[in-house]
Design a protein around this ligand. Sequence first.
Ligand code: DGY
Length: 333
Amino acid sequence: MSHRPRVFVARRIPDEGLGAIVAACEVDIWEDELPPPRHELLRHVAGCDGILTLLTDGVDDALLDAAGPSLRVVSNYAVGVDNIDIAACGRRGIAVGNTPGALTETTADLAWALMLAASRRVAEGDRYVRAGNWRTWGPMLLLGSDVHGSTLGIVGFGRIGQAVARRATGFGMTVLYHSRGRAAASVEAELGATWVGLDELLERSDIVTLHVSLTTETRGLIDATALARMKPTAVLVNTARGPVVDAVALATALRSGVIAAAALDVTDPEPIAVDDPLLSLDNCLVVPHIASASRATRGRMAAMAAANLLAGVRGEPLPTPVVAEGANDARRG
Ligand code: DGY
């Protein structure tokens, strides 16, 4: 195209990506820390050739209508694309890109941080010290559960789930996984991971960690029934998407000792309300959706999102397109 493409970038992203976009396009950047309100989003995308969205920006028919016929690409600054109506984009021939691979290891690191922190009550210990409660070494003080030698249950065995499994080798764990399809035998052998049905995974695991995309199938996957299958000593970790877990059922399970603890990077809704019952529970650790938040990874995500955006506005194939088929756990990571 001869004119500089018009693009809307829905938040300031790292220079590793923004630089290339600014160099090649007429760019409108939403500078606020908070997402553009819906009416602003619709206003800003009007007449754009491309838009760079975050997981907080819903892309649906109304937004595509507001953007108009010039729109060629939606580039999501995330691997998850549950904020985007992929089919609606597909019907209009609008390409969609995401950032697979860029955040796999960083997300797996955070899943491990949460597994360790919840099992060994790290956040509770920190609160205890800061509250001035630490008076002596105590034989029964803040007893948790061992991570080494325990059984790890991984729900969703795409890139991130497998990266979590890889780290378990050093902890001498038994690794179970559940996903719609089985991993290749070579992957199972390399990671020492065994496929089991979801019920068996929930019943046998000391730690259950979630790595599925949010789809109609996985929404509410961990509900009261699923939680009841888990061990009373078990820890649940969610770095996937908040709605995969029924938050009300989780609060009840944590309060009544159905499971021992949970650690959440994602909640439903986000942000979690400060008076949400989960935040009143000492055995629930919550961090604000930071699984991919290392400087290096956010830079890589920016570069990938920019590459998708620029290819899309030029009418070229995206380096990392989202396939139109419904999201599945193999795409995570
Ligand atoms: C994603 O990419 O889907 C994460 O949730 C945010 O990095």
